[in-house]
Design a protein around this ligand. Sequence first.
Ligand code: CS2
Length: 472
Amino acid sequence: MSAGRVRPETEASLPSRLLDRHTHGAPGPAPVRIVHLGLDAFHRSPQSSFYAKHTSDGGDGRITAFCGTRPDVVDPVAAQDGLFTFVQRSDDGDVFECFGSTAEAVDGPDLQRLKELVASPQTAVVILSITEAAYAVDESTGGGLESSTPLGRLVLALAARREAGAGPLAVVCCDNLAHNGAVTRNALLALAAWPAGQTGSFAGLADWIDANVSFVSTSVDSITPRTTTAHRKLFGEAFGSRDAGAVVAEPLHNWILCGDFPAGRPRWEDAGAVFVDDIEPYENRRLWLLNGAHSILAYSGLFRGHQTVTEALFDSVCRDAVEEFWDEAARHLPDNLCIPEYRAALLERFRNSRIPHHLAQIAMDGTTKLRMRALPVLAAERAAGHSGDGAARMIAAWLAYLSAAARFQDPLAAEINNANALKGSERTVALLALLAPDLAGDAGLVTRLDALQAAFAAASPADMSAPDHLDR
Ligand code: CS2
């Protein structure tokens, strides 16, 4: 590991022994080849550990990062010359690393800077971690093309690249969506093609994007709760110093990618990234087993009065629902993906109580998440002649949660509020229609969801005794 070069004022604000021993990357002359949209905790933990190796080699892994949903992280990261600490927490203790792969931290809405960077021939890769909900594009109105959304800004920046003749590049989606490369492509093409018969810098832009932008699908995995004041305090206690950009995550991080990089890329595989020809089985394994379990724990757990993933896992009502869903999902995943081992590892990861993962964070954007986590398993189970109760129970947990939640966040919040005001099966039908209009007419499923939701309400109060396999 090489020590990073830092400006004196930065050195004063970060613990020097940390910089000496653990800094990866040196803000130096290496060109910035990567633009990242979404400078949130998720980017700063798993992603940065892959970028780090290449910056410490003086390679081409340095990035310019635009903030996503947390504008408050830009100033601290910028003030520290792009350096921030990554704290890996496990039962065995904490490992601190300081990353320097971020060459520049920029405000998300700074369209001018984004255009300059994307229009530069040096830029080879644009990476997105902007949340699942950011990909919803209303094709009929062109909703999202205005520069206030990350994808809208990216289309405008790609128009600048075409104008500059800077050539092809890769757009890499790191959000938890099935077929995330294709979803990104469709969203950008729809935005670029609006309005029909466009003129000026938009004429033919969709065709140019189609021919020049490679959309890479990826699956990123690392449980990274939102950074809290307590996390920053932990860092201060360990080093007697402040790092306002510090981020805390579990030790595990993996990144699977599939697609072409027409303008080149760092050798992320040297840092452990895996390149595959078919990403779908890996995506499904993570979306169904990890993320699906998360959603079950979030909705059933919050409904039953829990706050964190670990707490909900120790409640037999929530945990049994997870196991039931896993049994269903496993039937539709290839045998060579080591599903029993993956499930066992997930239980270990979920019980890492040293990084409290708040259910309220996972519960956000339920309509977007359940479409990818519950519906494919429900469809596959029913097509195979099974009940699909495990997947249906995830939806029922969401229904129960919405009946009790004082506040929630969702891109369809207004529609949810309208549906939620209805009673009984009418409410179930209206809420189900927000997930999948075709399922809302399925009377058998609606009856089953009503029964499963009632079962949550009737279940005995949370039993917090630890099951054998979770005993410490
Ligand atoms: C979580 C994910 O918030 C959520 O919906 O399921 O962010 C999860 O923690 C990550 O995918 C883990 O890699």
